[in-house]
Design a protein around this ligand. Structure first.
Ligand SMILES: Nc1ncnc2c1ncn2[C@@H]1O[C@H](COP(=O)(O)OP(=O)(O)OP(=O)(O)O)[C@@H](O)[C@H]1O
Length: 242
């Protein structure tokens, strides 16, 4: 069966650095893939390449078998690819509801003008990530890191994605917030959402993934179940410092 997303022999150079070096992996429909590796391995660059925020020097990125490598970011979002950022990027001047509204916006200006905002959909999305009605008017500057990550997830879910790329989704969170985000991701996973999750917090990542890909220096060095990759000698040497 054609994978939902394929990264095929992708090369991305920044000057003399190869952030992706003949990188190949794929994610099946409904699969949750952990993408792990030490600092500077190229994980965030892979997300930027998949979204079209960077362009690869060579290789292809395919969604349901179709090459999306040449498409602009907004076209990729329209086709169902969405991401969150290591450092959350809310629109700072507008509140929680309005940030979610941006994700919900139809891509036709006419529809936007005639249909206007959909407060029920905004509230439903806000609730789905653990906010309540009282949170809708809060500004990003008033939110904790956990709440900012929830807001990013809500805005990402609002674009009705087929696959979500999560970058360091647990970074800066309290134990309670990690539990809350984990529960949300587990629920979305059970509903069939496809994920690629980057996290240095392996303990929190493990229960959320079906399979792991480990990369260093822009290349895959191991792939398999979490336990398989963690007991791989190359991974232990490169990633765990053994
Ligand atoms: N815009 C850029 N310009 C120049 N070099 C870059 C750029 N983005 C990333 N790099 C380099 O590419 C390599 C991969 O970086 P990347 O941020 O993708 O790694 P990472 O695995 O996400 O690291 P971390 O876990 O620290 O976030 C690094 O050597 C980094 O310095």
């Amino acid at each position: 069966m054609t994978p939902l997303l394929e990264v095929d022999r992708v090369v991305k150079r920044f000057g003399g650095i190869s952030a992706a070096n003949d990188l190949t992996f794929s994610v099946g429909q409904g699969e949750s893939l952990g993408l792990i590796g030490p600092n500077g391995a190229g994980k965030t660059t892979v997300f930027s390449l998949i979204m079209g925020e960077h362009r690869q020097n060579s290789g292809a990125i395919r969604l349901k078998g179709q090459d999306i490598s040449a498409l602009p970011t907004y076209e990729r979002i329209k086709r169902g690819v969405a991401r969150t950022y290591q450092v959350p990027r809310p629109f700072g001047e507008i509140n929680v509801a309005e940030n979610i509204r941006v994700g919900l916006m139809p891509d036709s200006i006419r529809l936007m003008l005639t249909e206007g905002p959909d407060p029920e959909a905004e509230l439903e999305l806000a609730r789905s990530v653990g906010f309540d009605a009282g949170d809708l008017a809060r500004k990003p500057s008033e939110l904790s890191m956990g709440d900012l990550r929830k807001l990013e997830l809500a805005r990402t879910l609002a674009t009705a994605p087929q696959i979500i790329l999560l970058d360091e989704v647990f970074a800066g969170l309290t134990v309670g917030e990690i539990a809350q985000i984990s529960e949300l991701l587990a629920r979305k996973r059970a509903e069939g959402m496809t994920f690629i999750i980057v996290s240095h917090d392996l303990r929190s990542l493990e229960p959320l993934i079906d399979r792991a890909v480990v990369m260093t220096f822009g290349q895959v060095i191991a792939a398999g179940t979490f336990h398989e990759v963690m007991s791989d000698e190359k991974v232990r040497a490169a990633y765990l410092g053994h």
